[in-house]
Design a protein around this ligand. Structure first.
Ligand code: VGL
Ligand code: ZN
Length: 202
């Protein structure tokens, strides 16, 4: 087992991010056996779940004439417009059936405010609205986090940058993640994580 001060944070292993899903990440399902094994090794285990209302502002379908994967300017800055995904209560928003969800201590849902997207498990994309994860980890005595899941260049990277910014020793296991890789976003995210002091391990 890992030390009691270490948490595993598993990002968004949901049907819509796996092959066949609405915003499928290539090989997204291949990481699940390793993630299940990791869940056995940590005392503190958190899952995040992308959880959008149907009228969510990150969906291209909710912007007239906007194409999926185009950019838009929100009140809080630039935002990618995504295909409709992870709508609350739908099969696409459920965790992949192979993920050992029962091993989780806490499930953090994010992206439920129609006007703000939320990539990070810690903060919404306005960078000021917290999810409560920081307080949960601190109250359980966590000082180091290991982050895995989908997608490396969006929700994993944003979560890792927030974690390291809040003083957690932060490791991303890249082999237990898969990326969307939109216009070089994977390499961009890797460089930002390295510059911020996130430890990238295979
Ligand atoms: C994600 C795009 C939109 C992710 C979530 O989990 O990386 N990406 N919503
Ligand atoms: Zn989303």
């Amino acid at each position: 087992m890992r030390a009691a001060n270490e948490a595993l944070i598993v990002i968004d292993i949901q049907n819509d991010f796996c092959p066949g899903g609405a915003l499928a990440v290539a090989e997204g399902d291949l990481i699940i056996p390793r993630v299940n094994a990791l869940l056995e090794q940590f005392h503190v285990r958190v899952l995040t779940q992308d959880w959008h209302p149907a009228n969510h502002s990150s969906f291209a379908a909710n912007h007239p004439a906007a194409a999926p994967f185009s950019m838009v300017e929100m009140d809080y800055g630039p935002q990618v417009l995504w295909p409709v995904h992870c709508v609350q209560g739908t099969a696409g928003a459920e965790f992949h059936s192979d993920l050992e969800v029962d091993r989780a201590d806490l499930i953090i849902r994010k992206g439920f405010r129609p006007a703000i997207d939320s990539y990070s498990g810690f903060y919404e994309n306005d960078r000021v609205t917290p999810t409560g994860l920081d307080g949960y980890l601190r109250s359980r005595g966590v000082t180091a986090v290991t982050i895995v899941g989908l997608a490396t260049d969006f929700c994993v990277a944003y979560s890792a940058l927030d974690a390291v910014g809040h003083g957690f020793r932060t490791t991303v296991l890249e082999g237990a993640c898969r990326a969307i890789d939109l216009n070089g976003s994977l390499e961009d995210a890797r460089q930002k994580m390295l510059a911020a002091g996130v430890i990238l391990e295979p």
